[in-house]
Design a protein. Structure first.
Length: 211
């Protein structure tokens, strides 16, 4: 079993302490930070993402695995700062104004980070202008909006309109999701992408950023 397979397994099991020790040992052996990240930490998280999609694991397992992955990333950070890690692009994430639900949003963040995407999480109750300002300031390719209430869904349309108003249509793609949101709603408001779950959201964001 390679050190990367072992790391991947520890991430899936949520064993943060083992992950930290193994990442430190791999760095000492001279393994590249980029490989430790992609072939070990992200590989393990990716498997958890697939299992979550297929209902083989549930939210607690995902959170524990993410904690283990992040513990490993903390150890890797100094080595990664030396500039050998390609970021996959940036996503601005948040729950729309008037809505304070964040479990779905937090899962999306975990899944996206598990794909190597840089996620700037604006939290909950985020007004449309703030989404677009952050996207422009951070040079992000995607705004991902979450809503759990039917009453706050309309704010997503305001986000789409704000992107247009700032002349960023086409440059910044708007993704929408959350329990009441549908493909039909996405098409109606002119958003670029709808996904039904966190794992699909990370795949879609990766595809948009890579395009």
């Amino acid at each position: 079993m390679s050190v990367y397979d072992e790391l991947s397994a520890f991430v899936q099991q949520g064993r943060a302490k083992n992950v930290k020790e193994l990442v430190a040992a791999a760095l000492e052996e001279g393994k590249p930070a980029k490989e430790i990240l992609s072939d070990g930490l992200l590989a393990g998280m990716s498997i958890i993402g697939e299992k979550f999609k297929n209902n083989e694991v549930y939210v607690p397992e995902v959170l524990i695995a993410a904690r283990a992955m992040n513990a490993g990333i903390e150890i890797l950070k100094p080595a990664m700062a030396e500039g050998d890690v390609d970021a996959k692009g940036k996503v601005i994430l948040g729950t729309v104004k008037g809505d304070l639900h964040d479990i779905g949003k937090n899962l999306v963040k975990i899944m996206m980070e598990g794909k190597g995407i840089t996620v700037i999480d604006l939290g909950v109750d985020v007004p449309p202008e703030k989404f677009v300002e952050a996207a422009i300031a951070e040079n992000a390719g995607v705004i991902a909006c979450s809503a759990l209430l039917t009453t706050t869904m309309s704010v997503m349309k305001d986000v789409v309109e704000e992107v247009e108003k700032q002349g960023m249509k086409g440059k910044i793609k708007v993704m929408v999701g959350g329990a009441p949101v549908t493909q039909n709603f996405c098409d109606t408001i002119g958003a670029d992408c709808f996904t039904a779950d966190a794992a699909s959201a990370s795949d879609a964001a990766l595809a948009i950023l890579g395009a």
